[in-house]
Design a protein around this ligand. Structure first.
Ligand code: ADP
Ligand code: MN
Ligand code: MN
Ligand code: MN
Length: 346
């Protein structure tokens, strides 16, 4: 038997943005445990905005497990928060009730800032570094400094070793700003991996005295870009059938549901989606081929393939909850009749 260090990780009850929480329990197993072997566990919800003081036990229900590359015999255990009965989802537990479809594919582009001493990494203690321009995909000390790339590379390796479907990294437009991309099939699978990748990034940076700023516009109304979490999405029908008529009906549904999308695309998005800095205004829906100033960018390949493939919703922001983002995308898609559903109804 081996003693495994199981890090149970969950989202707390803070609003509008939950924090990641985690605690360790040691359990013995013959080999690396399967999800079904992991017991329920509890925590004090009164310390996480998930319960009142007098009756404060909440239940942690494991829903995904990954090897923890930073720990000997470690495992990262994604959990849902349940009521004391162990079966009723807690009101903060969004994952339990979202729409899912294993044939829907999601690629999230998570942007963020490294922060040190209350300002973006690489900013002087007074004033600003040189204006935006050379930093995006940049190389060289004057563009990316001496530590950011080490962190980004270490994070990439941690994610890959944990089995997270990390797809790539790039330095972003603002100094101290970076991006990673994660792809998953099914909204829960993709979103679990984003939350786990966020966890690994936050934990890695502790030892460097560096924080991650996920706010979508940390430098306010200035000429510094905000941070998004573009959501690239496709369903089986979009990939295999698609077509111009279906695409146009889909875009009409996205237009109609504008407010439902914005409601779950992350807080303070009006400060980011201004119409400047490669964004579309938050309160007006638009789409365009290869248009990085539209709400939804339609890749060239989508049109070239007969309106088949994936689309990029550029509005979700860096602090958004990927569970709710993916679910809202699926909800709007579900409103649009497909040729199959029309045939079934006839
Ligand atoms: P850009 O920065 O040009 O917007 P990225 O390369 O950062 O693009 O991100 C593109 C994302 O699209 C990747 O996360 C990738 O996984 C995702 N993607 C590619 N094909 C599909 C697909 N068929 N369905 C959903 N997402 C996809
Ligand atoms: Mn990108
Ligand atoms: Mn980007
Ligand atoms: Mn993008």
């Amino acid at each position: 038997m081996t003693k495994y260090k199981l890090e149970y990780i969950w989202l707390d009850g803070y609003t509008p943005v939950p924090n990641l929480r985690g605690k360790t329990q040691i359990k013995e197993f013959d080999t690396f445990p399967a999800l079904a072997e992991l017991p329920l566990w509890g925590f004090d919800g009164s310390s996480t905005m998930q319960a009142e003081g007098h009756s404060s036990d909440c239940v942690l229900k494991p829903v995904a497990i990954y090897p923890d590359p930073a720990r000997t015999n470690g495992a990262l255990v994604m959990c849902e928060v349940m009521m004391p009965d162990g079966v009723t989802p807690h009101s903060s537990n969004k994952r339990a009730t979202i729409l899912d479809d294993p044939d829907s594919w999601f690629g999230f582009e998570q942007e963020y800032f490294f922060y040190k001493d209350g300002r973006p990494l690489g900013f002087p203690s007074d004033g600003f570094p040189g204006p935006q321009g050379p930093y995006y995909t940049g190389v060289g000390y004057k563009n990316v400094g001496d530590i950011a790339r080490t962190l980004v590379e270490e994070h990439l390796d941690l994610c890959l070793e944990a089995g997270i479907n990390h797809e790539g990294i790039n330095a972003e437009v603002a100094k101290g700003q970076w991006e990673f991309q994660i792809f998953g099939k099914g909204s829960r699978t993709a979103a679990d991996q984003i939350w786990m990748a966020r966890y690994l990034l936050l934990r890695l940076c502790e030892q460097y005295g560096i924080d991650i700023e996920f706010h979508c516009k940390p430098l306010g109304d200035t000429d510094w870009n905000g941070s998004g979490m573009h959501c690239n999405f496709s369903t089986k029908y979009m990939r295999e059938v698609g077509g111009k008529d279906y695409f146009e009906a889909l875009m009409a549904a996205f237009d109609k549901n504008l407010m439902d999308h914005i409601a779950v695309y992350g807080p303070d998005n009006d400060k980011r989606l201004t119409g400047k800095h490669e964004t579309a205004p938050w309160n007006k829906f638009s789409y365009g081929v290869a248009d990085r100033g539209a709400s939804i960018r339609v890749p060239h390949s989508f049109v070239a393939n007969g309106y088949k493939g994936y689309l990029e919703d550029r509005r979700p922001n860096s602090q958004g909850d990927p569970y709710q983002i993916a679910s809202q995308v699926l909800k709007t898609i579900a409103e649009v009749p497909t040729a199959d559903s029309a045939k079934a109804a006839a």
